[in-house]
Design a protein around this ligand. Sequence first.
Ligand code: MLT
Ligand code: MN
Ligand code: ZN
Length: 299
Amino acid sequence: MLLRILGTAAGGGLPQWNCACPGCAGARRHPSRRRLHDGLAVHGADPGTWFLANATPDIAEQLEGQSALRPGAGQQRTPLIQVVLTDAELDHTLGLLRLREAARIDIWCTQPVHKALTARLLLTDILSPYTTLTWHDLPLTGAGHPATIAGLEVSALPLSDKRPRYAADEGTHPAWSTALKVRDPATGTSALYAPALATWSAPLNEEIAAADCVLLDGTFLDEDEPRRTGISQRTASGMGHMPIDGAGGTAERLHRVGAQVYYTHLNNTNPLVDPGDPAHERLAGLGLRVAEEKMEVQL
Ligand code: MLT
Ligand code: MN
Ligand code: ZN
């Protein structure tokens, strides 16, 4: 399987349109630092078979930016879009509205995510006059058979009941926020994609130990970053994102794993958006890296 990284930024992207923080100002001065909202295209065994992991507000530019994802010669339109969702956050789902020119969109998600997108965001109501939406249940990891999408086995590992702000009053459910597990049955290799990690669990630890590649929540470098930079009164973990650094951060839990590990979903406040920040070297010493825009991972 091949993972094509379509974007690596948290909600708002880098730069964020209404922000002049050091990270956003740096990205305006140095366009190579710009990051689109985090998402992936995952290619299966057969050429031309792929699915999207999340559909970001940048999705049209992200597809256009990858020659392999543009409609091929002799083909007027990309006929079918397949999207698997980690959660119902706006930065991971608003792209579905931009895909309305598709003849058909197939969407896999967990039950609470489906409810949020259909009963709160009204995606079926709004998109039905434009395209055909087909919703599929995304199986939970370890509970029955995974879904087969583009020839790959896909399931959702429940991470937390973190609900999007627009659905904060919905009931709790363990699969509001999930990690996608993708396994290639032909090679036995697997990848785990978790852009919103609120807490570390034993099942997550097991899945990370078994994975060949992990793309993990790198929203905030440290626990106090949201408060220090003035974007929130809450801490990083209070916002549903375990910090990278510090006691209880993800770096200390990840530095001995065998998988290739890349941090993604970087917020514009994260010092790592500056490629010269010393934290890059410190993480590299632990075998951890920050995902690059348009990076490819072959597994
Ligand atoms: C998140 O990743 O926590 C959300 O996208 C934040 C938000 O925009 O509400
Ligand atoms: Mn987000
Ligand atoms: Zn900013």
